[in-house]
Design a protein around this ligand. Structure first.
Ligand code: SF4
Length: 258
């Protein structure tokens, strides 16, 4: 982007859900420092009353961490996201991003570019005039992996831990693998979706039906009782699952079902 437009014409924006893997936060910080990106970090501001939308808070990059704060604040206002109602991307990423850009540049005065590779399905509708890195670069997944192998640092987490660690859109195998790798994050997440502050009424989802097949995360994980992490990961690798269309590949900020 810098090569194409010049650094003075490009801003890099990270929308933080507070639910990325800790290694992802480390990686974001290293990328920012290494490439001198001057990354703008946004978290949603959920203080407006219901119906008033979501604003944004600019936070220091060092405040971005896995504290679940944006997620919990969003769930207090809107309830839990669930399969068939994954509004979380809209509330924690899209709305804060758009408001930030409209405020900073003026509505219609900027272009939005997304890091979609050439080998990723172009599943985003282009109605909103979004541009893709794939339009100016023919890098595919292998090129990216090769590139990072040569770098002094890398993301270094398994694919099933990417994006929000227990995103309901991940496959059951990925969720089970994540639970085996990160039991503490799993418990922290369960605590937050069960918390009394989460909005629950006849207009919201419920933790007991958030995941595939309208089941709870606990019951989904229980279907893997008796299987070790190693066995689950072997099955996962055997399926060569990329979960196209799920957030484990990409959070699909501009198309997520809401
Ligand atoms: S990764 Fe999943 S849980 Fe996180 S914001 Fe995207 S859709 Fe929601």
């Amino acid at each position: 982007m810098i090569e194409k437009f010049g650094s003075e014409n490009v801003d890099f924006v990270f929308m933080d859900t507070g639910f990325e893997h800790p290694d992802t936060y480390d990686f974001v910080k290293k990328v920012n420092a290494y490439f001198d990106l001057n990354l703008v970090c946004l978290r949603g501001d959920f203080s407006a009353p219901l119906g008033g939308g979501v604003g944004f808070k600019i936070v220091d990059i060092n405040e971005c961490k896995q504290d679940l704060v944006p997620f919990s604040e969003m769930m207090e206002k809107y309830g839990v996201p669930y399969i068939g109602g994954m509004f979380c991307t809209d509330r924690m990423k899209l709305q804060p991003f758009k408001k930030y850009c409209d405020d900073k540049y003026g509505r219609g005065n900027y272009e939005t570019w997304l890091g979609i590779r050439v080998d990723e399905p172009k599943r985003l509708s282009n109605k909103q005039g979004i541009k893709y890195l794939a339009d100016i670069s023919d890098f595919d997944k292998q090129d990216i992996l090769d590139y990072w192998k040569e770098m002094p640092f890398d993301l270094g987490i398994e694919e099933w831990l990417g994006n929000c660690v227990f995103c309901p859109k991940k496959s059951s195998l990925k969720l089970a693998a994540a639970q085996r790798d990160e039991p503490e994050i799993y418990l922290k997440w369960l605590e937050s979706i069960h918390d009394d502050t989460v909005r629950v009424d006849n207009k919201t989802g419920h933790w007991s039906q958030m995941y595939r097949g309208k089941q709870s995360l606990e019951s989904l994980i229980a279907t893997f009782d008796g299987a070790t992490g190693k066995e689950i990961k072997a099955r996962l690798r055997g399926t060569k699952s990329t979960d196209a269309g799920s957030c484990s590949e990409s959070c699909e900020v501009f198309s997520c079902g809401i």
